[in-house]
Design a binder for this molecule. Structure first.
Ligand SMILES: [Zn+2]
Length: 311
């Protein structure tokens, strides 16, 4: 048993869990509190919307329809993983359900699944007072896929609630586990979802187990294109060899640049020697050092500029 989280506390918990939240209109004050109780809360219910299209789905769960006024949930978890907050307080999502299931959720006493419900909307316990509700954008036809981003968002939202309340993952159920009238969320295996929530709860809220390798799938060709094809001064003359040369390596370009710099150093040293010799033959010896210093300075600047281009 617990008092519902405040809207601010909920947002804090969701964001700490890495959830991308979208606040829709006056969601903090949009509810059905005038129609019945809200709280104490004992758990969270996951649903599917039987809709396609995020914008129209957000509008539907916020406003409801003639037979069932909105809000129809607290947040709508879209295909892309964003969580659209549409209401806070009592909402029309759970309807009537099996009181035995409520007892098992409160006690977190069941095994893999709660007892299959035998009661529903007509004869069940008021679930809208006792559960947070999350509609998830899905056609519910058993074919519409659950994208990874969406599934991960579902896991994170449920973990955020459990963490904030000190609940275990057994406080999270599917609508079909609550009401005998329901089949949602179709395509989501609830024991598996609870296992994933439980795993998150073993870690800090900031846990990112599925963070993708930013270099995954990037080839040498991609690197070549990114580095050289955008280079205004053009790449080394032989860089295009990677297309026909089976032993071409990305590092070939760096080796080529180094070789060019070494050659340039040698050429400049030779030029300096030549100029020194020439200066020694002209007028007094005092002018020689002046000429050499000027040439050396010019060479240093040339090498530094050259390195700057490559870095
Ligand atoms: Zn439902």
């Amino acid at each position: 048993m617990a008092a519902p989280l405040s809207a601010d506390r909920l947002l804090q918990a969701l964001r700490a869990e890495g959830v991308h939240v979208v606040e829709v209109g006056n969601w903090r004050a949009h509810n059905r509190n005038s129609k019945g109780p809200w709280g104490p809360v004992n758990g969270s219910i996951v649903h599917h919307t039987v809709t396609k299209g995020t914008a129209s789905t957000v509008a539907m769960v916020r406003d409801g329809y003639t037979a069932l006024p909105g809000p129809l949930c607290h947040g709508m978890i879209a295909k892309d993983g964003r969580v659209h907050m549409v209401g806070w307080g009592r909402t029309n999502h759970a309807g009537g359900g099996d009181p035995r299931v409520l007892e098992q959720v409160i006690a977190e006493s069941y095994g893999t699944r709660p007892t299959p419900p035998t009661k529903g909307n007509a004869n069940g316990t008021d679930g809208n007072a006792r559960f947070y509700g999350w509609e998830c954008e899905n056609l519910g036809d058993g074919k519409d896929p659950w994208p990874r981003a969406q599934y991960q968002a579902i896991v994170r939202v449920q973990a955020a609630l459990c963490r904030a309340h000190g609940w275990s993952a057994k406080s999270v159920i599917g609508h079909r586990e609550w009401s005998a009238d329901k089949v949602d969320p179709r395509g989501i295996d609830m024991p598996e979802l609870r296992a994933d929530v439980a795993e998150r709860l073993k870690h800090p809220a900031s846990w990112n187990p599925n963070e993708e390798d930013p270099m995954a799938g990037i080839t040498k060709k991609d690197i070549f294109d990114a580095v050289w094809k955008t280079d205004a001064i053009g790449g080394p003359a032989d860089a295009a060899d990677h297309k026909t040369n089976p032993t071409w390596q990305a590092q070939s370009i760096l080796k080529d640049v180094q070789a060019r710099i070494r050659n340039m150093d040698r050429r400049m040293a030779a030029q300096t020697a030549a100029i020194t010799a020439l200066a020694g033959q002209v007028g007094t010896g005092a002018d020689t050092q002046t000429v050499v210093t000027a040439v050396e300075t010019a060479i240093k600047r040339a090498v530094i500029d050259d390195n700057t281009v490559e870095s």
